[in-house]
Design a protein around this ligand. Structure first.
Ligand SMILES: Nc1nc2c(ncn2[C@@H]2O[C@H](COP(=O)(O)OP(=O)(O)OP(=O)(O)O)[C@@H](O)[C@H]2O)c(=O)[nH]1
Ligand SMILES: [Zn+2]
Length: 211
């Protein structure tokens, strides 16, 4: 049996971000990540105390194009706003489509258009309902010297997997429920099937980034 290789920081690059103005921000890459993906950490100088951490799984359609089929865009905005206010860490995990990839996610959307829920749609494509693992996120936090966190999420699986991987999640802070006419079924399935703590209160549309 080969010994597990330790994840270390590969580079820390200062990158000023318009929407995090006046904050010192670094993008951090890693060596030896267990799944070989190019996951990234955004570190914003935290206030003293237990840092706020957001694990954000990649969603090209929501994060970049503002797709209304999901809630990823406004959740990313919210996390960045929180970091601007109090600092912390955002792990941007390259787990597009809950781990099935972009093209498969687009195929899953066509299945969902027949009123099949988002988890069953993955399975009809021969994939698992959610293929994400967060042990890689725990490795990244450890490489940053962070073992105690406040986690920004509604997803019980993130909490459980991080704790199992040895991260002390001392508090869970809910992220918003960004409901719109196009994502109501998607959010309903996250709540009913995956146990997300979501209040399906309609929230404002995504706002343009602050500059
Ligand atoms: N397969 C699939 N993936 C989707 C769909 N809609 C969004 N996603 C993916 O779901 C993931 C959402 O990630 P997050 O926002 O980090 O996490 P979450 O599981 O919603 O949990 P929170 O921490 O509460 O936001 C991203 O990888 C999206 O690409 C969908 O309909 N099908
Ligand atoms: Zn999304």
């Amino acid at each position: 049996m080969t010994a597990a290789r330790r994840v270390t920081v590969r580079s820390r690059v200062p990158v000023p971000l318009a929407r995090l103005s006046n904050r010192s921000t670094e993008l951090i890459s890693f060596r030896e990540l267990r799944d070989g993906a190019e996951h990234l950490a955004l570190l914003v100088d935290p206030h003293p105390g237990v840092p706020l951490v957001r694990l954000h799984s990649e969603c090209l359609t929501g994060d970049v194009f503002g797709s209304l089929r999901c809630d990823c865009g406004p959740q990313l905005d919210e996390a960045l706003d929180r970091l601007r206010f109090e600092g912390g860490v955002l792990l941007y995990l390259r787990q597009e489509g809950r781990g099935i990839g972009l093209y498969n996610k687009l195929d899953a959307y066509l299945i969902q258009d027949e009123h099949i829920d988002t988890f069953t749609a993955n399975e009809l494509l021969g994939r698992r309902a959610d293929e994400r693992r967060y042990d890689v996120a725990a490795d990244m936090l450890e490489a940053l010297g962070i073992r105690r966190i406040r986690l920004l999420t509604n997803n019980p699986d993130k909490i459980e997997q991080l704790r199992h991987a040895g991260i002390d999640v001392v508090a869970v802070e809910p992220t918003g429920a960004y409901v719109n006419p196009h994502n109501e079924e998607y959010l309903g399935a996250k709540r009913a099937i995956a146990g997300h703590q979501i209040d399906t209160v309609r929230s404002p549309q995504r706002q343009p980034p602050h500059v």
